[in-house]
Design a protein around this ligand. Structure first.
Ligand code: SAM
Length: 292
């Protein structure tokens, strides 16, 4: 197995904030390569349990091997299914939960998964390889209006119309089936902002659409009410403004509905040192909420 890495972000801070009981039950809604869970288990007692969810079976296999701990139950399912899955295992509630949203370095760095602007690969972008919709289908089969719509809504792309038109034109000469083909089309159409590559927002829009990411994020606060014990805490890590605005709004609503408090008044961001060591931490924002 290739030695894939993903450095867990704000790991110590999250462990300090959500591990309130050494013998508790915890949910890692986005297990990834198991970085956060490994740290959690190193701090928890022998009867603690962690239920780790991921849509990505490849990541789950790596995480199981990495974490190698009988206290971890790795589940191939969306975190939106946490309540039903816990019930299946006879667990009624949890003491803490983590949702480290988006994609892992494993997925980004693996050209075969088709997420990266830097590596040529098939235009795939599925977290769950058993799902049917791929970025390739969207780019080659969706109409102009729908393409423009996702570029605006999920990419916040100012040049959505021009990019959608360029994709439609390029399609006439053959299928756009690789990351580099798409990257080149966007590069030849618009200029990037500052250091940001011009196709960054297009890739983000496709990834969010393929994995229906924002509708899952929408469901997080509803899930928390079902799964957390009083005193239980949930940490949510976001990586772009769309995700973060959504989480901030939903948490605000949860708190004003009563029975919840925000653990940190201000959003927590990685330190300068952490960003220096791991550039992927630079856009991370952490919010933690507690059930009273
Ligand atoms: C940022 S990574 C998590 C990294 C992990 N915390 C670690 O330290 O290795 C996000 C992971 O969440 C998974 N994911 C995204 N949306 C999901 C969902 N709705 N349900 C379950 N897993 C999801 C992705 O497949 C990816 O592996």
């Amino acid at each position: 197995m290739t030695n894939w890495t993903h450095i867990p972000i704000l790991a110590t801070e999250i462990a300090d904030l959500i591990l309130t009981r050494a013998d508790g039950v915890y949910v890692d809604g986005t297990l990834g390569l198991g970085g956060h869970t490994k740290l959690f288990l190193s701090r928890l007692g022998p009867t603690a349990r962690v239920f780790g969810f991921d849509k990505d079976e490849e990541a789950l296999a790596i995480a199981k091997e990495r974490v190698a701990d009988a206290r971890l139950t790795a589940v191939h399912a969306s975190y939106t299914q946490v309540p039903e899955v816990l019930q299946k295992y006879g667990v009624t509630s949890a003491d803490g939960a983590l949702f480290d949203l988006g994609l892992s370095s494993y997925q980004l760095d693996n050209a075969a998964r088709g997420f990266s602007l830097l590596r040529d690969g098939p235009l795939d972008m599925r977290f769950d390889l058993s799902a049917t919709l791929t970025a390739e289908q969207i780019v080659n089969e969706w109409g102009l209006t729908d393409l423009e719509h996702i570029l605006v809504d999920y990419g916040e792309e100012r040049n959505a119309h021009a990019i959608a038109m360029a994709i439609m034109a390029a399609r006439r000469t053959g299928r756009i089936d690789t990351t580099f083909k798409l990257k080149n089309i966007v590069e030849n159409t618009v200029r990037g902002r500052g250091k940001i590559h011009p196709a960054t927002q297009t890739f983000q829009a496709l990834r969010i659409t393929v994995n229906d990411e924002l509708s899952s994020v929408e469901k997080v606060t509803g899930l928390l009410d079902k799964i957390l014990n009083p005193g239980g805490r949930a940490a949510i890590l976001t990586f772009h403004s769309l995700e973060d605005r959504l989480v901030k709004t939903r948490l605000k609503e949860l708190v004003s509905s009563g029975g919840w408090k925000l653990v940190n008044k201000h959003v927590i961001v990685p330190s300068y040192e952490e960003v220096k060591q791991n550039s992927r931490a630079r856009s991370a924002k952490l919010r933690v909420v507690e059930k009273l």
